[in-house]
Ligand binder design. Sequence first.
Ligand code: ADP
Ligand code: ZN
Ligand code: ZN
Length: 748
Amino acid sequence: MANKPNYLSVAVPVPMRQSFTYSIPDKLADLEFSIGDRVLIPFGNRQVVGIVLKTVFADELGDIGLGDIDKDKLKPIISRFDNTTRLSKEQVNFLNTCSRYYHHPIGDVISQALPVLLRQVKPVDLTPPACWRINDELSAADFEKTKATISKTAKKQVALLDYIANQQELTWPEIRLAGFTKAQINALLKKQLIFEDQIKLRPFSMSKAAVNEADKPQLSIEQSVIVSAINQQLDKFSCHLVDGITGSGKTEVYLQIIEQVLLNSKQVLILVPEIGLTPQTLSRFEKRFKVPVVLHHSGLNDNERLQTWSQVKQGQAGIVIATRSGVFSPLANPGIIVVDEEHDASLKQQEGFRYHARDLAILRARALNIPIVLGSATPSLETLQNGLQDKYQYHQLTKRAGKSSLASISLVDMNTEQVEFGLSGTLKAQIAKTLERGEQVLIFLNRRGFAPAISCEECNWICECQRCNKPYTLHQTQNLLVCHHCGSQKRIVRQCGECGSVRIKPLGQGTEQLEYRIQELFADYSSVRIDRDSTRRKGELAKLLEQVANKEHQILIGTQMLAKGHHFPDVTLVAILDVDGALFSYDFRAPEKMAQLLVQVSGRAGRESKPGKVIVQTRFPEHPLLQDLVNNGYGHFARYALIEREQAMLPPFSFQSLFRAEANYADLPMSFLRDISQGQFEQCMVSGPIAAAQEKKAGKYRFHLLLQAKSRNHLHQAVAQIIANIHCHPAQHKVRWSVDVDPQELSW
Ligand code: ADP
Ligand code: ZN
Ligand code: ZN
C-alpha cells in the first residue's frame, strides 16, 4: 500500500474556486488512479462527476492544507469511470492554466471543456459503431458461386455487395445514404457473403497519395515564402500572423502547411469564428486531403459531440474544424493550431467563463510546443502590435490570388443627398445600374427588425422595455415588439402610453423595413434578407445562401452575419448604410470594429472579371478615421489607431480586467464594488465603480470596476486581491458578480 496514493484532489463542476479532497475506498484500492480520471463522488446530497487534479499520499495532506484534518472526515469516492474517457495530463494542465489566467473556478472551466455526456453520472457508450465487411473466410470460388445465385434475382443485393467490397468496411449510415436497406444487409449476412464487425479505431495517418494534387494551385511568391518559413519550424512552438487581404490566399497557405503536418501523422486544429463558415471550410479541406475531418460546433447534439471528442482523443481525426470551445479539444497527437479570422469577436466567450479562444490557443500551442498560425484580413490591434514588435512572426499577403482586384471604397455625404428610406440618391442610382448589368447588390444594415423604436407623433413618447429602459424594436412580420436587450416581447402598442393618442409611428429603419422598401423601389428584382430573424430555422441560412449563389435573388439585405466567410462572386456593389455610430462611441474599440466590418464586408464582393464597388453612407465624410481607412486601407488605419492607443495608454499598451456586478437595486452593486476595491494595488489603476453604459437590463442594475495595469503580473495580483476581498464580503451572494480578464466589451 505504501506506494499508492490514498487521496484524490478533485475538481467538481460547481462555481467554487477550490478543489475537493476525497479518499480512495478500500474496494477501489487496486485501481491505478491518475490525473485526469473521471470519478463519481458524493457532493452535498448529490452525486456528481469530478476530474482528478492530483493524487495525494497520506503524508502529503499537509502540502495541500489538510495536515490537521480528521482523515475519516474525507468522504470516499464512489467509483471511477472507464479510462477511455480520462483527460490527459496535458489537458488537465491546460485547464488549470485557463482557470488561473481567467481567475475562473476550475470545476466550471472543466465543465466547459467536456462534452455534456461526460459530465453526467450515467456511463457513456463509446464502443465503435457496427460495420459490415466481405466475409474473407469464404474461398474466392465459394464466394463467386454464392454471388452468382443471386445475381439475377437480387440486383440490389449484388450492388450492395460490390459496394462493400469496394469500400472494405461500411457503417449503417453510409449504407443507408447509398440507398440500401437493412433487409438487403440481412440477406447478404444470411448467405454469409458478409459479416458484422466493429469499425477499427486507429490513429489516422496520411500518405502523399491522399493529397489531391489536382486541387492544388501553384503558390504565388508571397504565399510560398510564408509556407516554407512556417514549414521549417513545425517541430516547436512559434506564433505566426498571416495578415492578408480577403482572397489573397490565406486558406491556401494553411492548406499547404497543414499538408506537411498531416504527412507527419499529426493532428490539425482549425478554429473558426462562426458555425455558418464551417460547411464551406469543411468541403475545402475534405477535397484536398483524404483524412477524417471532424467538425466541432454548437449545432452538434450531445451524442455527436461525444463521438467527435472521442475521435479526436483516439487520434482518428486528422483535422478538427471547430468554433471557440474547440480550443479544449482532447488532441491525441497535435501538430499545429490555426486560428482563422483571429480578430473576430465571437472567439471571445462573453458570459460565464469569459475566455478568448485565440489567446488560449496560443497558450496551448506554447505548452504543446507546436506552431500556431493566426490569420486575418483585418488583424486585431492586439495581434498586429505583437506582429509589428516581432513577438509573433509577421507575414503579409498583399495581392489577391489570381488576377482579381479589391473593391474600391467611396463615401457618400448624407448631408447633401436626397435621402429616401435611408438610401441616398447616389446609392439608388448605383443599385439600379448594377442590377441592369445583371449583377448582384449587397446592402448592409446592422439593425434587425422593422424599426428600432415606435413613438407617439403627438408627444414623442417612446415605447420602452420597463426592465431595460430601452426602446422596443418593432418586428412587423411577427407582429410583435421585442426588446433586443433582454429578449422580452409584447404585442404592438396601438396607443400612446403618455397622452393616449393613437398616432403611433415607427422610428428609424431596420433590415425588415429596408427589405420591404427595396422591394417597392426595385420591384422587377428579387431580394432576400439574411439576418438572425430570417435564418432562425436550422438549414435556412445555407438554403438562402444557395439561392443567392444560384442568382435567384439580385439584392441581398443583411446584418453583420453577411460580413463573415461567405463569398459572393456576382455581387459587385456593396452598400453600407450607416457607420456613424462607431465614430463617436465611448467604446475605444468601436472604430477598430467598424473598420474590420467595413473591410470584411467589402472583401465579400467581386471576382476576377468583375471588381466590386463599396459605397459607405455617412454624415461625417471628413472624419479622419474614415478618410484614413478609405484612402490608405486597413493596414494604415490600424497602425495609426495603434499610435492613438499608445498615447492613451489603452490596450494593447496596457492590460485590463473588468469586474461586473448587478442586482435588483442600484445601491447594492455600487457599494459592493466600492468595498471590494478598497486597498493598495501595486501599479494597477482601479477606476469606478461606475454605472455600465447600459445601466439597466432585464430589471437589474449594473455597475463596473475597471482595472488597468502596464504589466500582466500587476493586473493579476490586483484581480486576485479583489477576489479575496469578495470572499470576505457579506453581500457576495446578494449581487451577481463576475470578472472579465482582457474584456472586449465594455458596455456590459
Ligand atoms: P483567403 O483565405 O485569403 O480569403 P483563399 O485561400 O480562399 O483566400 O483564396 C481565394 C481564392 O483564390 C480561392 O478560390 C483559392 O482557391 C484561390 N487561390 C489561392 N491561392 C491561389 C494561387 N496561388 N493560385 C491560384 N489561385 C489561388
Ligand atoms: Zn403621446
Ligand atoms: Zn428589455
